[in-house]
Ligand binder design. Structure first.
Ligand SMILES: Nc1ncnc2c1ncn2[C@@H]1O[C@H](COP(=O)(O)OP(=O)(O)O)[C@@H](O)[C@H]1O
Ligand SMILES: [Mg+2]
Length: 442
């Protein structure tokens, strides 16, 4: 992308109502624009990152055996009357009436609809287990939308729903999502800790929130410090095998959100290992048995020939919130530092003298080579001053920058800068290209 043709409305200063650094930086970097309280337009740069985050979530869901579909944003109120949640949900639900006076709502979540889809076609245990997911916009009329995309009213969520014949099957489905979540957050450069979460009247131990530690997080959390650095199992786990040991390895250590916090159990952890911090909830997995299948009559025939209420779980990831969480975890004075996996562009090209034949040719060569390697570059071909170009490229957080100036290129040299470390290296143009395309290809 050539910056002269792009749409990147960067701001020198953050609007004063942005309280946390990720919100400030997303506004300054021209990623989002507020259209109403808690409702944002995704500008081109923001959309590129959003799409990358969504794609990682999708790949890890697919790897774990979940199947993508797409449900609508609008739902019939009657569907929610079946589960009893239409009245229970309260003012967070946006209720709409169509021209025929039919009551609709803008979906805050999709348990009812997926149960309706499931019961319409799955009748036998032979078709189980199933895990169906979508990535769709949600609306919740939050009392206090704040912190930008962190707590929006309209936000993008990945929500998956599992269906099993019995509790043992449901636990396996739960474990698959637990492990998939470890991997997907790690791929975005995040250390997300699974913590025991409230199960309400359902009870049991199958509810975890995945929490990224950050001072600006909305939840108070408590955990064993080893969990933070534990790392992810990686893609090569046996998805059809027993994942319980991987889950146990983590759940054996204390980790709980405020609602589930047990002071005595926490104090049993060695003092030096206790971490009490704030965190951002980026995902939530919950196995809730027959909460929906019972009132909505989602039954399957078991091997015993009898009808069984299907066991369900739901698994959410806050896709749009993740952008805020990643920035909270990865930024410096100068701006955002995107992990390579989610960066809006892989390489930034800065020309210090646009119109100079040698500079133009060198920039074009880098630009072509990066794209030929299957990656993307943002080429600053504007006539802004060097200082402004450096500041913008740092602000938007492109991981690698190539700086091309008339003096250097006269000797065939360019500079390559790593955004994260700030390290700069001068190299012959061909070497710089080889290095960047190798990196970019990796
Ligand atoms: N208002 C919001 N804005 C952005 N993301 C949200 C919002 N509410 C929930 N999410 C994200 O969606 C995920 C799944 O939602 P869920 O667990 O149903 O939300 P909650 O815990 O707020 O009831 C959460 O883990 C969070 O990452
Ligand atoms: Mg939650």
């Amino acid at each position: 992308m050539r910056l002269s043709r792009y749409f990147l409305p960067v701001l020198k200063e953050a609007p004063s109502d942005a309280q946390i650094v990720s919100h400030q930086l997303m506004l300054r970097a021209g990623m989002i624009r507020q259209e109403a309280a808690g409702i944002y337009a995704w500008l081109p740069l923001g959309l590129r990152v959003l799409n990358k985050v969504e794609q990682i979530v999708r790949e890890e869901m697919d790897r774990a055996g979940a199947i993508e579909l797409l449900m609508p944003t609008l739902q019939l109120a009657d569907l929610w009357r079946e589960s009893g949640r239409y009245d229970a949900y309260g003012p967070e639900m946006l209720r709409i009436t169509d021209r025929h006076e039919r009551e609709l709502l803008y979906g805050p979540t999709n348990e009812e609809m997926i149960t309706e889809i499931f019961r319409g076609s799955v009748k036998s245990y032979k078709d189980l287990p199933k895990n169906l997911y979508h990535v769709q916009w949600k609306f919740r009329d939050e009392r206090r939308p704040r912190f930008g995309v962190m707590r929006g009213r309209e936000f993008l969520m990945k929500d998956a729903y599992s269906f099993d014949l019995d509790e043992a099957g449901a636990r396996k489905s739960y474990n698959r999502m637990f492990v998939a979540y470890l991997n997907l957050f790690a791929r975005m450069g995040l250390k997300a800790v699974p913590m025991r979460a409230d199960t309400g009247p359902i009870g049991g131990d199958l509810s975890h929130e995945f929490i990224v530690l950050a001072d600006t997080g909305e939840s108070a959390v408590f955990c064993h410090k080893d969990l933070v650095e534990m790392g992810a199992p990686g893609p090569d786990v046996d998805w059809d095998g027993d994942l319980q040991p991987l889950v146990d390895q983590r759940t054996a250590l204390y980790a709980a959100t405020e609602e589930m916090h047990d002071e005595a159990a926490f104090n049993a952890v060695a003092e030096g290992d206790r971490l009490s911090a704030r965190g951002i909830e980026v995902g939530h997995i919950f196995s809730f048995g027959t909460k929906y299948s019972e009132p909505m009559k989602a039954l399957v025939a078991g091997p015993d020939g009898k009808d069984h209420m299907v066991q369900m779980g739901s698994y959410g990831v806050g896709v749009s919130r993740l952008l805020g969480a990643i920035i909270e975890a990865s930024h410096d004075e100068a701006g955002i530092i995107w992990p390579e996996s989610v960066a809006p562009f892989d390489v930034g090209i800065i020309s210090l003298r646009v119109g100079d034949a040698a500079c133009d040719a060198a920039c074009e060569a880098v630009y072509k080579a990066v794209h030929a390697a299957g990656k993307t570059a943002l080429y600053d071909d504007t006539d802004a001053r060097g200082g402004g170009k450096f500041a913008s490229m740092d602000l938007i957080g492109v991981p690698w920058q190539v700086i091309v100036g008339p003096k250097g290129i006269a000797e065939g040299l360019v500079e390559v800068k790593n955004r994260k470390t700030g390290e700069r290296q001068t190299a012959p143009l061909a070497d710089a290209i080889a290095g960047l395309t190798a990196k970019a290809a990796g």
